[in-house]
Design a binder for this molecule. Sequence first.
Ligand SMILES: Cc1ncc(COP(=O)(O)O)c(C=O)c1O
Length: 390
Amino acid sequence: MKLADRMGRLGTESAFEVLARARALELAGAKVIHLEIGEPDFDTPPHIVAAAGDALAKGHTHYVPAPGIPELRAAVAAFLERTGRLRTSPDRVVVTPGAKPIMFFTILALCQEGDEVLYPDPGFPMYESIAAFAGARPVPVPLREEHGFRMDPDELASLVTDRTRLVILNSPHNPCGSMLTRDDVEAIARVALEHDLVVLSDEVYTAIRYGGDCPSVLQVEGMAERTVLLDGWSKSFAMTGWRLGFGVLPPALVEPVTRLVVNSVSCTSAFSQHAAIAALEGPSAPVEQMVAAFRERRAVIVAGLNRIPGISCLEPQGAFYAFPRVRDLGLPAAELADLLLVRGGVACLPGTAFGAHGEGYLRFSYANSVERIREALEAIELVVGELPPA
Ligand SMILES: Cc1ncc(COP(=O)(O)O)c(C=O)c1O
C-alpha cells in the first residue's frame, strides 16, 4: 500500500523497540535488567487511584470539553502558581492525553514548509520527528558534555536564521539529566525575544530534580506571551499509563491547539481528569519519596559507572537518566548497547537514539531498584572487560 509522503518523515521512539527486543529475549528464557524504559517504576499513589475510582462511580464516563474540564484547568493554574513556577489563567491551560500531544499540536499549529525548528541534540526524538512531519526543517543544537550538556545560548544564537520559528527546550533534560541555569534561560530568552521566536519549554521532569530550582524561560519577562509550557502527570506522579498532560499556551495558540484536540482525540478521558486534580491537590509525600529513591539510585549508578574503566559519567541534576560517555571503549554506541543486552542482559539505549550528537554515549534509566542497578553494573563491567583494547 502506498503511504503518504509525509510518513517518510515521521520517526519513532527507539525505547519502545529496545523494550520489544528485550521482551523477546526474556520470552526465549534470558534474564534482562530493564534500564531502557523512561518511566517511573513506582505505582501511582493510592489517593490518585481512589479519585479515579470515585469519578467512575459518579458517572464521569462521558465526553468532556476538548481543552479539559474547567476544574482541572483551574487546578493546573493554581498548582503552577502555588509551586512558584508561573502565574497564569485557567483559559490558557489545555489538557491532553499525555504531554506528547501538546508537542505534536503546537508544532503542527505553528510550523510548516520553509520554517526551521531548533531542538536539543541529544534530545527527545519526537522533537525532530514531529518538526519534519510538519514539513519544517529540524535544526539540531548540540548539547556538549564540556558544557554540562546544557544548551549553549551563543551556539543557539549562531543557528538562528530568518526562517527560524520555534526553539524547543527541555529541562531537566532527557537523556542527559542536565538542567538549564538562570543565566542560561535569560540568555536563551534574549535570543527568542530578539528574533521573535516561539519557545516550547518541555518541563515534564521538573518535579524530579536533585538540586535547587529548575529555572524556566517562562519566568523571564515577556516570555509567557511566546512560550508554550509542556508538562503533565506521567513522570511527576508515576502516571505514564494514564495518558495525562497539559500545556499552558500563549492566548493565540489556545484555540488552534484545542481545534487539533477536537480533530484527533475529542478530549482527554473524563475520570482521569478527576484523578489529575487529586494528584495536584493531594499530599506531596509520595512524589518526595519517589524522588528520594531516585536520588539514592543516582548515587549508585553514577559511582558504579565511573568505576568501570573506559566509562565516565557526569552527575545528572534531574530526571532519572544517566548518560555516560563510552566513546573510549572504541565501538559505536548502538553496537555497545546491543552487546550489553545480548551478552550482559542489560537493556539500555544508545545515545544515538537521541540524535547524532549522542554518539559515544549510552542512556541508562535508573527507574529500577538499587539491587537491580548493582547487578546491571556488574554485568556491564564484565561485558566491557571482555572487549578488545580500543
Ligand atoms: C522529554 C520528554 N517530553 C515528553 C515526554 C512525553 O510525556 P507523556 O508520556 O506525558 O506523553 C517524555 C516521555 O518520555 C519525555 O521524555
